[in-house]
Design a protein around this ligand. Structure first.
Ligand code: SF4
Length: 119
């Protein structure tokens, strides 16, 4: 059995997920369908928002995040790939910096401005 704290709303229900002899997953401890869906996702294919920084040509890192949660298994791989990227132009907060970071169309967006010193 695995236990997950539901973070969908502030109630913080604790979901217990176990596999029955039939192979089906049994979910207890949740109070609503959203919590059931969350627990099922956590047990089968957990996802997280990626937050990291990108290098800029002028040295000050640019904070970025994925526009939506991505497969948790990619949280190390994607930043390693992004390490080769250097921002060399002005970027506005919310601007898409990379169109697809996970092969599923999830964008990477800036969470702050990046302004070259001469701009
Ligand atoms: S199970 Fe439902 S009520 Fe409980 S924390 Fe999750 S979303 Fe909130």
């Amino acid at each position: 059995m695995a236990e997950y704290l539901c973070i969908v709303c502030p109630l913080g229900c604790r979901a217990q997920v176990c596999r029955e002899d039939s192979g089906d997953l049994k979910i207890e401890g949740v109070s609503c369908k959203r919590g059931r869906d969350y627990a099922l996702q956590e047990a089968t294919a957990p996802r997280r928002v990626l937050t990291t920084t990108l290098a800029t040509a002028w040295g000050r890192p640019l904070p970025v995040r994925s526009a939506a949660p991505i497969d948790k298994k990619l949280l190390r791989e994607v930043p390693a790939r992004l390490a080769a990227l250097v921002i060399d132009h002005r970027v506005e907060p919310g601007q898409v910096v990379v169109a697809d970071i996970d092969g599923q169309g999830t964008a990477l967006v800036a969470t702050a401005a990046a302004t070259p010193p001469s701009a």
